[in-house]
Ligand binder design. Structure first.
Ligand SMILES: *[C@@H]1O[C@H](CO)[C@@H](O)[C@H](O)[C@H]1NC(C)=O
Ligand SMILES: *[C@@H]1O[C@H](CO)[C@@H](O)[C@H](O)[C@H]1NC(C)=O
Length: 322
């Protein structure tokens, strides 16, 4: 019952979020106009115009010192600044470093590859921004595909000619060599995972279409949902993990599986990598950050702030690593 109405819930959350932003903006601009008036009345303008004839009288002298703009949300505007990190066993790819270019084989769609074999991964993870009237291309032969909708909606048509509309929070798994088409009439943003399928005798993966909130909740630290069946036919799974602020992974995991992670909501600290310098590497992360984790990289997460963390995680499973 708790998850009976996933769509309206998501919609309401998004509306109140933007309403909140609209209010903050209004408040900010009100404060800003008051500041301007006060400054003019106090005569800062004439003082600074003696020194700098180009002064536009908008800011008091040294105003940046008193009112720093380097809040976390401004850091990414600093020239040359990025939180992105690329190391041999992990990478953190943050939004200011996402580079979009046309996706080959798709029409009218921009893609940003966040994880690829060049890093050592055996899969790709990319964002696909479908514009108006866009169409997907097919992956290569033997390559399976998983698609999760982050924004907008897409129509999936499969080789039986059946069409289904996927809204935000819905997903589809397409087995290798299964002809299909994603179409977007307005705009849609997807995260896509593709991998060369690892065949296993007598096991055949099938198309899966579903929605996150319809997946059963599993008992782990935080809340975990698995989007694909836990059967041997599937050589990877996609986990949706939720943490309330203050919750953390109680396993300090080190394992043979590799991961591609996309933070959908919230913020926290991701601990990744080695201890060479005597310190673990702790990364502050937030929604829209992507992480690549190689096999055996130590990993741990703690959620902070005042909203739930939700992340989506690729994990290879069910195959002998030898
Ligand atoms: C096409 O989609 C329908 C509805 O999800 C499904 O029943 C059917 O098996 C799919 N066809 C193939 C070839 O996967
Ligand atoms: C991490 O480094 C510190 C300082 O060099 C060392 O004392 C500690 O044992 C190391 N921990 C692990 C798990 O290697």
């Amino acid at each position: 019952m708790k998850f009976a109405h996933p769509k309206p819930h998501t919609l309401i959350k998004m509306q109140s979020f933007s309403a909140f932003h609209a209010k903050s903006l209004l408040l900010l601009s009100t404060i800003f106009s008051f500041t301007k008036i006060a400054v003019t009345e106090e005569g800062f303008c004439s003082a600074s115009s003696i020194i700098d004839s180009n002064s536009n009288c908008q800011q008091p002298l040294y105003s940046k010192f008193i009112n720093p703009t380097l809040s976390p949300s401004h850091l990414q505007d600093l020239p040359g600044f990025t939180r992105s990190v690329y190391k041999s066993d992990h990478a953190v790819i943050t939004p200011e470093s996402h580079v979009f270019s046309p996706l080959p084989d798709w029409s009218n769609t921009l893609g940003a590859y966040l994880v690829s074999p060049a890093m050592g991964a055996h899969f790709v993870m990319y964002l696909a921004k479908m514009q108006e009237s866009s169409k997907s291309g097919l992956p290569s032969e033997q390559v399976e595909r998983f698609v999760f909708v982050l924004q907008g909606s897409v129509k999936l048509t499969n080789s039986s000619g059946v069409g289904q509309t996927l809204m935000v929070d819905s997903f589809a798994y397409l087995p290798p060599n299964s002809k299909h088409l994603f179409e977007s009439y307005e705009s849609a943003t997807l995260v896509v995972f593709e991998r060369r399928y690892a065949y296993l005798e007598n096991h055949i993966p099938e198309q899966i279409v579903g929605s996150t909130d319809q997946q059963p909740l599993l008992d782990t630290p935080g809340e975990l949902r698995k989007l694909l069946p836990m059967t041997m036919a599937y050589d990877f799974n996609i986990h949706i993990m939720d943490f309330q602020p203050g919750e953390f992974l109680n396993v300090k995991e080190v394992h043979y599986n590799q991961h591609g992670l996309l933070l959908l909501e919230g913020q926290g600290i991701y601990r990744l990598g080695d201890n060479c310098s005597g310190h673990y590497i702790r990364y502050p992360v937030a929604a829209r950050d992507a992480i690549w984790m190689a096999p055996f990289v130590p990993q741990w997460y703690a959620a902070l702030g005042n909203v739930r963390t939700r992340y989506l995680l690729y994990k290879d499973v069910n195959r002998n690593p030898l």
